[in-house]
Design a protein around this ligand. Structure first.
Ligand code: PMP
Ligand code: GLN
Length: 379
């Protein structure tokens, strides 16, 4: 067998979660909440299971869920997506990303990635014969995007640019100025965009989520990927969606059809009902802002330095005042020796740039955050 992915190993999330469980460490590595979803949401799933909604859902998602997703983006951002032709329910944002990439990337096409970036992008590109082209962002200027560098990477082979806001792992967010600049760059091109916006509702300090769909030039060429796993504390359900203009959705659905065909039925019915009450997602920013602030207060007296995350449920910290070890070794050592697992941020760079940063997931109950803070403050 000639491997199609010779450089693919086990993801860092699996590696660190396994190590955390082996060493009974507090697991602030892989991004998932250690608390349960709303009992109301769980009861809705039970209800639909009992009601016998247990066979294949329609390929594009049940109409009620597509309609309420379209309603939500219309209410929040005053944009229209037709539920019938422009909203597709998928089995997690990972599927949405893979399907969108597969829909547009041909052999030899280039895809611009801003690193650090989520680990599924590059393999999805190369499996489709595409070539990732990296723009490297650095913590030294707060991971700000120099759009002139992005522009300089564009050529006739550039097919797609992938953006992630709020950002995993850095916790940064795009601004309206970023969107305007990007629109100027792509407006006369055939470049498509993916907006990985799975942390859309996890944004802090009153900041507005600048979804790519809020800029008309960007909207017409974008696949917007969302995930209910993040928003409703149910990462194990793997249900998400993709919003894209009709023609793009058509191509997206061709891939989705052959990839998973359709997505878990009773959960779609439950989510459709749950989403009808806006409070269920409007309460999320404050809920997670309190988690962020709790974690920051717990590490305030440590020797880590940090800029508070603006979004996502991750906090990056610099550990240069503590040790000069590389971030991977440190993450492993802290798991084994002090019992707190994290993610080394170098894994989000293709050349494993080591800026001496660890990522902690603060989607944890307060007691876990306090215990982790105590241990980390002793370093
Ligand atoms: N994109 C980013 C930035 C993520 O952090 C995640 C979380 N795993 C995903 C995509 C995938 O989301 P899902 O679990 O819905 O597949
Ligand atoms: N998105 C999650 C994280 O960044 C992990 C998802 C996964 O394990 N694949 O931690």
């Amino acid at each position: 067998l000639i491997s199609k992915q010779p450089n693919t190993g086990t993801t860092i999330f699996t590696v660190m979660s396994k190590l955390a469980s082996e060493y009974e460490a507090l697991n602030l590595s892989q991004g998932f909440p250690n608390f349960d979803c709303s009992p109301k949401l769980a009861a809705l799933v039970n209800h639909y299971l009992q009601k016998g909604m247990n066979q294949y859902a329609p390929m594009t998602g049940i109409p009620a869920l597509r309609e309420v997703i379209a309603q939500k983006v219309s209410d929040l951002y005053q944009v229209n997506y037709h539920p019938e032709s422009e909203v597709t329910v998928v089995s997690g944002a990972t599927e949405a990303l893979y399907a969108a990439i597969t829909a547009v990337v041909h052999q030899g096409d280039e895809v611009i990635l801003l690193e650090p970036c989520y680990d599924s992008y590059a393999p999805a590109i190369t499996l489709n014969g595409g070539i990732p082209v990296y723009v490297t962002l650095s913590p030294e200027n707060g991971y700000q995007i120099d759009w002139n560098i992005v522009k300089a990477k564009i050529n006739e082979k550039t097919k797609l640019i992938i953006l992630n806001t709020p950002h995993n792992p850095t916790g940064t967010v795009l601004s309206v100025e970023d969107l305007n600049t990007l629109a100027d760059i792509v407006k006369d091109s055939n470049i498509f965009l993916i907006g990985d916006e799975v942390y859309e509702h996890i944004i802090f300090d009153g900041l507005s989520h600048w979804s790519l769909l809020r800029n008309p030039v960007l909207k017409e060429r974008s696949f917007i990927c969302g995930s209910f796993g993040k928003t409703f504390h149910v990462t194990g359900w793997k249900v998400g969606y993709c919003l894209a203009p009709k023609q793009l959705s058509e191509e997206f659905r061709k891939v989705h059809q052959w990839l998973t065909f359709s997505t878990v039925t009773p959960i779609q019915y439950a989510l459709a009902d749950f989403l009808k009450e806006p409070e269920n997602y409007l309460s999320i920013p404050m809920f997670y802002q309190q988690k962020r602030d709790k974690f920051l207060s717990c590490i305030q007296n440590s020797r880590f330095s940090f800029t508070p995350a603006k979004g996502s449920f991750f906090q990056c910290v610099n550990y240069e005042k503590i040790t000069d070890e590389n971030d991977y070794d440190l993450a492993v050592r802290l798991t084994k020796e002090i019992g707190v697992a994290s993610i080394p941020v170098s894994v989000f760079y293709h050349q494993k740039n080591d800026f001496k940063i660890l990522r902690f997931c603060f989607a944890k109950d307060d007691e876990t955050l306090e215990k982790a803070g105590e241990k980390l403050s002793k370093l």
